[in-house]
Write a protein that binds this ligand. Structure first.
Ligand code: APR
Ligand code: PHB
Length: 389
């Protein structure tokens, strides 16, 4: 088999890239390790930047998002004393959209089906070859049979644990990493949201986030030690702890109920540079991870896709490779700014075990500065709604 662009990974990055390329007449094949059902069972973050929404519209996959997504003009940041409203729309003229990543992925699968693109599920042992030749190829096993696809370009959209990044020789890569000493315990519940806006709550008991999916589906998170497991957190314990961490008016009016999903995710900042090796290009979680504070993960993957789809179309349709040569540098310039923002939000809002009293004062001062300075709020808002592509 032969294709122009072979995409490894059928998560949101791989599917959006495939969608944009096929609409421009560039043929792709997507190889995905698991079944579609398993991809769609993952619950991930749910805040889309204005630029992400724009690209999803351009890709022709925003009809349901435009109907069911919840436009948000702002959010709250709180601690034990303050509750600060950040009005994105007043400060930047832009909004974000609350719409689950799982739904974005489902919409992309539907659109890809309608276009009749090639997505091969349950592939194993993917090996990428000849990245330094004019034509490269990828071998994989599906249902016990070894297969080969020749292609001009390979794009690694296979997440943090994929094969693509590790295909680049270790001496040609530079990795940057910060592992945080806690995780987020998340639950989904069929209850009305705690507030019409998201609340990012720092407290002396640790961080909490009140988010949502719709008027009767809420998503909440608690900062927990990495050693905790989900079975240590009954629903009762979760709600009691959440109430200790959010502002008292929010705690008093909180509607609780049975959780329908519960999971713990570690927090990490990670970048591997460069994003290109010969004919291989890396996108999304395959080459960078952000902690979820600020919801940059999916949005950052989408900006990589934005740069790369244009560069690939120019290469394939006009035989000009200069944009491809510039992809890594162009994407990294934006990636590092989102890295800085999500690290800063994480540092400002979480309790770090064993920290000194000075650190706690710094967090308090950051929030009180935000409460008093419109300039500080605008800076946060500008980053939260997303820097321009
Ligand atoms: N071969 C084929 N597919 C693979 C392989 C492999 N060796 N390894 C991983 N995959 C698949 C995974 O099963 C998954 O479906 O690649 C996909 C990667 O998807 P994500 O991890 O969701 O990454 P990405 O598409 O870049 O999405 C961006 O931003 O921070 C986030 O949580 C957010 O997942 C979101 C991401
Ligand atoms: C979510 O709704 O899952 C969510 C929202 C904002 C974040 C992270 C996760 O910063």
């Amino acid at each position: 088999m032969k294709t122009e662009v072979l995409i490894i990974g059928g998560g949101p990055s791989g599917l959006l890239l495939s969608q944009l390329l096929n609409r421009a007449g560039v043929a792709t094949v997507v190889l995905e390790r698991t079944s579609r059902e398993r991809v769609l069972a993952r619950i991930r973050a749910g805040v889309l930047e204005a630029g992400t929404v724009g690209l999803l519209r351009e890709a022709g996959v925003a009809a349901r998002l435009d109907k069911e997504g919840l436009p948000h003009d702002g959010c709250y940041l709180s601690d034990d004393e303050l509750m600060v409203h950040i009005n994105f729309y007043e400060l930047t003229g832009k909004r974000v959209m609350v719409y689950g990543q799982t739904e974005v992925t489902a919409d992309l699968y539907k659109a890809q089906d309608e276009m009749g693109t090639s997505i091969i599920h349950e592939v194993e042992d993917v090996v990428i070859q000849d990245l330094d030749q004019k034509t490269s190829f990828v071998e994989y096993t599906v249902h016990g049979e070894r297969k080969r696809i020749d292609c001009s370009y390979v794009v690694g959209c296979d997440g943090f644990h994929g094969v693509s990044r590790n295909t680049i020789p270790v001496e040609a890569r530079t990795e940057f990493e910060r592992v945080y000493p806690f995780g987020w315990l998340g639950i989904l519940s069929r209850t009305p949201p705690a507030n019409e806006e998201l609340i990012y709550a720092n407290s002396s008991h640790g961080f909490a986030l009140c988010s949502m999916r719709n008027e009767n589906l809420s998503r909440y998170y608690l900062q927990v030690p990495l050693s905790d497991s989900v079975d240590q957190w009954s629903d009762e314990r979760f709600w009691a702890e959440l109430k200790r961490r959010v502002p008292s008016e929010t705690a008093e009016s909180l509607v609780t109920g049975a959780s329908i999903e519960k999971s713990i995710a570690p927090l990490r900042s990670f970048v591997s540079e460069p994003l290109r090796w010969g004919n291989l290009f890396l996108v999304g979680d395959a080459t960078h991870i952000v902690p979820p504070t600020g919801a940059k993960g999916l949005n950052l993957a989408v900006s990589d896709v934005y740069y790369l789809h244009q560069a690939l179309i120019t290469a394939v349709k006009q035989d000009q490779r200069a944009p491809l040569d510039g992809y890594s540098e162009q994407a990294l310039a934006r990636i590092w700014k989102a890295m800085r923002f999500s690290w800063q939000m994480t540092t400002m809002l979480h309790q770090f075990d064993g920290e000194d009293s000075f650190s706690a004062q710094m967090r308090k001062a950051s929030l009180s500065h935000l409460a008093r300075s419109e300039t500080a709020r605008r800076d946060l808002a500008e980053n939260y709604v997303g820097l321009p592509f």
